[in-house]
Design a protein around this ligand. Structure first.
Ligand SMILES: Cc1cc2nc3c(=O)[nH]c(=O)nc-3n(C[C@H](O)[C@H](O)[C@H](O)COP(=O)(O)OP(=O)(O)OC[C@H]3O[C@@H](n4cnc5c(N)ncnc54)[C@H](O)[C@@H]3O)c2cc1C
Length: 410
């Protein structure tokens, strides 16, 4: 056992897998590779597509899925090790939609899907025959998902869907959408929902792009006007969609608890260099704010290790994940605000490469230390306290489920 391995909190088997991942990375990545952020924006999309295909060929897209569904049959700890090494190397773990396809839907199907659904959908997700996006939020139902109004009714062997979804990230890149809809209009709120698997390319589904603050078309409105799917395209039982949705959202975080602090550590290093470059490293306020950022990274690392050790041991993270979500999203806003303050006027006249869409939710390793990149990152960070559960909602969850405070009046 090497001294490095002795110092690792991971068992030998995981460290052996880490070595394999490192060898894979050095064999596959171009010489001098410095992270996705270091290549020009227009090349990033091409790189991600090719990289995803390489991962698929080497069975590294969903290493902890059973082999019978196209996975590698390894453990969740191996999956975590892979995520850590990929984050360090500045390469993604899949394509732009794989958070929806693999982490969210794939994991939910593994838990609740029928055998037919698993056999059919899971290999198609990995081969990219099916690319998924998430159709949960509606104009009047984001935080309050139980208020979903998109309806589905039975017509023979099919469900017929009417309604509207919004903020559908990467919907324009997807072939399919998982839709939370109301299948029993008379049942009380969350009791009458179902989760349906719907093809996008069919009459009755219309996508309209929405522009983000950074000027990109990253998400969409989706309109359903008599769209159809087979009755078997339901995950779980009819009217059990709330439980499916909560499970699926639980998979949204996964190993991010361990990998986000790594990315944020890289951001912080760039920020310190920025402060030195702008001759602000001696400024007391800047020093205090940098120290606070550094403290935040360490706190996230400790919280992440705790969450991840629960997760790899098969326990659900539960309400505690709200603390992480709240913490990292607010850290990101504070830290990118600090970058803007350090740059002063340069922050509003950005120059150099930006991030432009490829660095969601945190900047990628190798991102240039330009005012363009920081200004873009600052703008993107505004949304971090909204998506994946807003800060107000996280505070309610922490108050009610962790601290045991009386329920908020609704
Ligand atoms: C970048 C981005 C990408 C997204 N991608 C997707 C996607 O791919 N698919 C998808 O389905 N959705 C997506 N969303 C939607 C996201 O999940 C919702 O925006 C989020 O759940 C908040 O809902 P809302 O926007 O309807 O705000 P609302 O729920 O209307 O909330 C408005 C404000 O009121 C507060 N509030 C609401 N209820 C309470 C309460 N009970 N107590 C205290 N405060 C409250 C909220 O915290 C918020 O500040 C995305 C959003 C963003 C910003």
């Amino acid at each position: 056992m090497t001294s490095e391995r002795a110092a690792s909190p991971y068992p030998d088997s995981a460290e052996e897998f880490r070595q394999r991942v490192q060898e894979f990375l050095s064999a596959q990545l171009p010489a001098g590779w410095n992270g996705l952020g270091s290549i020009p924006t227009e090349e990033q999309v091409v790189f991600i597509d090719a990289w995803r295909a390489t991962l698929h060929r080497n069975n590294l897209l969903a290493v902890s899925w059973p082999e019978s569904y196209g996975g590698a049959g390894l453990t969740p700890l191996d999956q975590l090790v892979l995520a850590e090494e990929f984050t360090k190397a500045g390469v993604p773990q899949g394509g732009l939609n794989d958070n929806f396809s693999i982490q969210m839907l794939g994991s939910t199907l593994l838990k609740f899907g029928t055998e037919d659904q698993k056999q059919y959908y899971l290999p198609r997700i990995l081969s990219k025959d099916d690319v998924w996006c998430q159709g949960f939020s509606e104009p009047e139902a984001g935080s309050d998902l139980a208020g979903v109004r998109t309806r589905a009714h039975r017509d023979g062997d099919e469900w017929v869907i009417e309604g509207q979804k919004t903020w559908t990230s990467y919907g324009h890149l997807a072939t399919h959408i998982f839709v939370l809809c109301r299948t029993d209009p008379d049942a009380v709120r969350h009791r009458g929902l179902s989760l349906l698997l719907v093809k996008i390319d069919q009459p009755g589904v219309t996508l309209r792009p929405l522009k983000t603050l950074t000027g990109e078309e990253e998400f969409n409105e989706v309109f359903f006007d008599g769209a159809r799917c087979a009755v078997e395209s339901i995950v779980g039982e009819v009217n059990d969609g709330w439980r499916m949705a909560m499970t699926l959202l639980g998979f949204e975080r996964g190993e991010a608890a361990a990998t986000l602090p790594m990315k944020f550590g890289q951001d912080l290093e760039r920020l310190v260099q920025l402060a030195i470059r702008y001759d602000k490293a001696g400024d007391d306020t800047v020093r205090q704010r940098l120290a606070r950022s550094a403290e935040g990274v360490e706190q996230m690392r400790s919280m992440g290790m705790r969450a991840v050790s629960q997760w790899v041991n098969g326990h659900e993270i539960g309400a505690e994940s709200s603390i992480h979500k709240l913490f990292w999203s607010e850290w990101l806003q504070e830290t990118t605000e600090l970058a803007m303050d350090i740059m002063g006027i340069d922050g509003i006249i950005p120059t150099g490469d930006g991030l432009q869409g490829m660095s969601f939710p945190a900047a990628e390793a190798g991102t240039p230390n330009t005012s363009g990149a920081w200004a873009d990152y600052f703008l993107r960070a505004r949304a971090a306290t909204i998506y994946a559960g807003s800060s107000e909602i996280q505070r309610n969850i922490i108050g009610e489920r962790i601290l045991g405070l009386p329920k908020d009046a609704r």
